[in-house]
Design a protein around this ligand. Structure first.
Ligand code: F3S
Length: 403
């Protein structure tokens, strides 16, 4: 049985109200399943389950019910809490082709979360300016790409929470101490020796390939040798590995925090060469004419946004193709010139949403991306039903340029 402090016992028994009791029940149940000895305080939460497309009417009802209880009890979330992207840009949804019914339900979800005290961030990259954890901090984040970035690139500590458990942690300010909160589970269990110098495109493809490969052989924490990725490249690599496998933490020799402590035993080594990645790309890059060119999965960084602006500057967009660039509000607001250039070109710089959680299947059948994560989700029959082209950033932009 897990040890609970007197205050935690009170929270669990309902003395602090129904909202806190429900949150505690979930966290304690998870802790018991995973063998946690106690609950620990968290510094922040990132809640997923925001897009109406992904949670549907059942999710909308659950969140509105919860928000009603919290309102009645005069409660708000106890720690800094941010939210994942919604199914539409809250302002430009008509330009995206989103219908009124979807928009109305999406706004209800957003308003319910905001009424709980959750910041209206609507991004999967809260670590850009909005919700920036520090090294070693315990947090409870949902959104697998952000979990990977927070654990691996920043060195914060979070398990891969689901929407309800992240919300429960936000409401109680607690999480159960198991999994990646503990040192022993943060050590590498496999070494990946990369025998070539990847570019950003190959990092995304390598992540897509390795996530499924590692899951098949039961490995969870890879340690990379032979690469020097930038922060953007680590974002792409981690997001793709988290999508196709369930990799929530990786280490890169000489780069990521505390990499020196990651390997303590003799580990199996897997060699990856360029040919293998090129071969894998053949399965990701289908032969179809893109109608939508979608960049920004995870949401684009300032560098990526500026690079796209540089590429489209002074050019004209093809009439028959759309260009969407997904970013957080924080990144868009800090880079008005890049946004202006892309929009002058004819592209849409979308805040609050992305090509995966927006209902693109209602308008498009063929989409081109450079993201190893998007390339995994977009073809899914149950989700986006797209024929996907997977190409490098520069090529994607040129696909949108008028001859
Ligand atoms: Fe973010 Fe959407 Fe990709 S939520 S990680 S841009 S699928």
């Amino acid at each position: 049985m897990m040890y609970l402090t007197t205050e935690q016992e009170r929270m669990l028994s309902g003395e602090e109200g129904e909202a806190v009791r429900k949150g505690m029940e979930l966290i304690v149940a998870l802790g018991e399943i995973y063998g946690a000895e106690r609950l620990i305080p968290i510094k922040s939460a990132q809640v997923s389950g925001v897009s109406y497309k992904t949670i549907g009417d059942a999710g909308l009802e659950f969140i509105e019910d919860y928000a009603r209880i919290m309102k009645k009890e005069g409660r708000k979330v106890r720690v800094k809490t941010t939210m994942n992207p919604a199914g539409m840009d809250l302002e430009k949804w008509r330009l995206m082709g989103v219908d009124e019914d979807f928009a109305e339900k999406q706004l209800r979800i957003f308003n319910a979360y905001v009424s709980m005290g959750i910041e209206p961030s609507l991004t999967c990259t809260p670590y850009y300016f909005v919700n920036v954890p520090s090294f070693g901090e315990h947090i409870a984040w949902a959104e697998s790409s952000a979990v990977s970035y927070a654990n691996s690139v920043i060195g914060a500590r979070t398990n891969r929470e689901g929407g309800p458990s992240a919300l429960a942690s936000a409401i109680t300010g607690l999480t159960a101490e198991y999994g990646l909160h503990l040192d022993e589970n943060r050590r590498a269990d496999v070494i990946i020796e990369v025998d070539f110098k990847p570019d950003p495109y190959l990092y995304a493809a390598m992540g897509n390939h390795l996530g499924s490969l590692l899951s098949k052989i039961g490995k969870k924490v890879p340690y990379f040798r032979g690469i020097k990725p930038s922060e953007d490249e680590m974002k792409a690599l981690g997001a793709a590995m988290a999508a196709t496998g369930s990799i929530a933490l990786y280490h890169v020799e000489n780069i990521t925090p505390k990499w020196e402590d990651a390997v303590t035993d003799k580990l199996e080594t897997i060699h990856i060469d360029k040919r293998e990645i090129r071969e894998h790309i053949k399965g990701m890059d289908r032969d179809c004419e893109p109608e939508l060119i979608a960049i920004g999965c995870p949401h684009a960084s300032e560098r990526e946004l500026k690079r796209i602006a540089e590429l489209v500057k002074g050019r004209r967009k093809r009439e028959d193709r759309e260009l969407w660039v997904s970013v957080s509000r924080a990144v868009a607001e800090r880079n008005p010139e890049a946004v202006r250039i892309i929009e002058e070109f004819g592209g849409l710089v979308l805040r609050d949403t992305c090509m995966v959680v927006a209902p693109i299947e209602k308008r498009f059948g063929n989409t081109a991306v450079n993201s190893g994560k998007a390339a995994y989700y977009l073809p899914k029959e149950s989700f986006c039903r797209q024929c996907v082209r997977f190409r490098p950033l520069e090529e994607l932009v040129m696909m949108a340029v008028a001859p």
